[in-house]
Design a protein around this ligand. Structure first.
Ligand code: NAP
Length: 537
């Protein structure tokens, strides 16, 4: 390689991903005076909200919380129109941020990272992309998303379908018309539950193919009033202060009284209020609902009655109500008319537990009992969560260590950021962080602030290599499991547990001890000079 080309190609830090996390990281690094390069698969910024543009995609965290807090002028100047923002508004916001801080200039788009290799001698990472480009840097930060590696199910005949094939996680930008179409949706997680009612309104016929039912709570969405907008602006700093160390990085705390310590009437009122607040709030009515089965059962019974009341045919309700996991141990979905949709004459539920899919053919889906002829097939089949995006990249750290081998028995991280054997590499919103259990935007800010502070510390102290210590990572991972085992979460075959991916090691991946507690661990590590990392001058 040409000397000047080699020079141009070298960066202080490469940040992979242009979602909420990566974008903030690039901004934070540039602000710190670092030579930063962003790499992104998509043609533009947005991450999750760039790819998941299916109709009905909407965030279940309130818009005014699910937004950056790092710049008060940005915070004050942006107006969210709805209480729970839909995908187009969130993407418009991310675009606004990219423009306001001129972040695109740091990025190379349409660059899918396929490999990242560490050179022991120079202490430099080389990052390779699908088109053969190579980029070098001292530090590499994977802000590649928790739910960004979509799964196409391995169903016999899956490649033979001749009609229109769509993925909620890769929805076409130009949109799709369902008018006059016979449509099937495979998958009844958050994505399938959001997209199906919209398809049902337009399609000639919709068949929902459900393997496992999920609980869903209606989203109490509405436009913000002018008065509310003014009030939020006036109290924004206090709202953020409440969130920075809160369990889910939002200003809404759990109630403090355990379920069984309340009277039946008090419990009913608490559940009604939280049900009316949406799925995220309903998952924390009582402090013990995710750890005590009796408390959980009360919440489950309340939800079941609500769901049954929406469905005309109770045999359909029987199929739609989960019985295989305590409520909340799989992510509670948030919908707009999902259960009511099954009262429509053009919508049908197929219970794949009773009649499994046998094959997909060019014209439809054959189950054990029937053949469903379709024009359009929508996959809402989920993601290889948390580890998938990283493990799809060939990551080789110090001493030739492969990430795939290091994590063969399950992922091990220190606070999510650091992986022993992978110096100068940081994973963001990773296994071992609260991430998917918290408000991702504030979580991402915390993550990148912490990593950039460490990178700055290295610069200031002349440290050329930083690597998480093996014992710190294994202690953190044990702690993670210990906290999870004190809850009901480990009883569900959820994507939190890696249970949706064949052959994936079953471990509870997020840190369930709360964002505030996690943040305190991170603060302590930083304030003590990073004792759990080996720092080499
Ligand atoms: P998901 O929750 O993993 O759901 C995937 C669905 O596909 C499940 O119903 C699964 O059934 C089904 N499936 C997978 N393979 C199948 C097969 N071979 N045959 C039949 N069914 C199959 O994925 P998701 O809906 O995309 O949601 C993932 C996460 O993204 C959510 O939990 C949430 O955290 C986030 N999300 C949030 C929002 C929001 O904020 N509102 C919206 C969308 C997504 P099984 O359960 O039986 O495997």
């Amino acid at each position: 390689m040409h000397a000047s080309a080699a020079q141009a190609d070298h960066h202080d830090v490469i940040i992979i991903g242009a979602g909420f996390a990566g974008l903030y990281g690039v901004h934070r690094a540039a602000r710190a005076g670092l030579n930063v390069l962003g790499l992104e698969t998509g043609v533009d910024v947005g991450g999750t909200w760039f790819w998941n543009r299916y109709p009905g995609a909407r965030c279940d965290v309130e818009s005014v919380d699910y937004s950056y807090s790092f710049d008060s002028e940005l915070q004050q100047s942006w107006t969210w129109t709805e209480r729970f923002a839909a995908q187009p508004e969130i993407l418009a916001y991310i675009n606004h941020v990219a423009e306001r801080f001129d972040l695109r200039k740091h990025y190379r788009f349409e660059q899918t990272v396929t490999a990242a290799h560490f050179d022991d001698e120079s202490g430099i990472w080389t990052v390779g992309t699908a088109d053969g480009s190579r980029f070098r840097s001292r530090f590499v930060v994977f802000a590649t998303g928790c739910l960004s590696a979509p799964i196409k199910p391995n169903i016999p005949g899956v490649e033979t379908f001749a009609g229109e094939e769509l993925f909620t996680a890769r929805w076409p930008e130009e949109g799709v018309s369902f008018a006059g179409k016979r449509v099937a949706v495979i998958g009844t997680g958050s994505s399938g539950i959001q997209v199906s009612p919209i398809i049902a309104r337009e399609a000639e016929a919709l068949t929902v193919l459900q393997r496992s039912p999920n609980f869903s709570v209606p989203i109490p969405n509405r436009p913000w009033t002018m008065q509310e907008q003014e009030q939020i602006r006036a109290t924004y700093p206090a709202r953020r202060e409440k969130s920075y160390y809160a369990p889910a990085a939002t200003p809404h705390p759990s109630l403090t009284t355990k379920a069984l310590e309340l009277s039946a009437a008090e419990r009913e009122q608490a559940m009604e209020e939280r049900w009316n607040g949406g799925g995220v709030l309903f998952n924390k009515v009582f402090p013990d609902q995710n750890s005590d089965l009796a408390a959980n059962e009360l919440v489950r019974e309340f939800a079941v009655a609500k769901i049954r009341a929406k469905i005309d045919d109770q045999s359909v309700a029987d199929d739609l109500i989960p019985t295989d996991h305590p409520i909340g141990t799989k992510r509670i979905c948030t919908d707009s008319g999902y259960y009511e949709m099954f009262n429509r004459p053009n919508v049908r539920l197929v219970n794949l537990r009773r009649e499994p899919i046998e094959e997909i053919t060019p014209t439809g889906i054959r189950t054990a009992d029937e053949f469903v002829e379709i024009d359009t097939l929508v996959y809402a089949t989920g993601f290889d969560a948390m580890t998938g995006a990283l493990l799809r990249i060939d990551i080789t750290g110090a001493r030739g260590t492969k990430l795939a081998d290091t994590w063969a028995d399950g992922p091990v991280t220190y606070l999510g950021f650091g992986i022993h054997g992978f110096p100068n590499m940081f994973s963001i919103n990773s296994v071992g962080t609260p991430s998917v259990m918290a408000n991702m935007v504030l979580h991402s800010e915390q993550q990148l602030d912490w990593v950039l502070a460490l990178i700055e510390h290295c610069g200031a102290q002349g440290i050329r290599q930083v690597e998480a210590r093996a014992e710190a990572a294994s202690t953190w991972t044990d702690h993670l499991m210990e906290v999870a085992e004190g809850t009901l979460f480990v009883r569900a075959n959820s994507w939190y547990m890696g249970a949706n991916v064949e052959g994936k090691k079953r471990v509870f991946m997020p840190y369930i001890g709360g964002f505030g507690n996690y943040r305190r661990f991170c603060d302590t590590e930083r304030d003590n000079g990073y004792p759990s990392f080996e720092l080499t001058r």
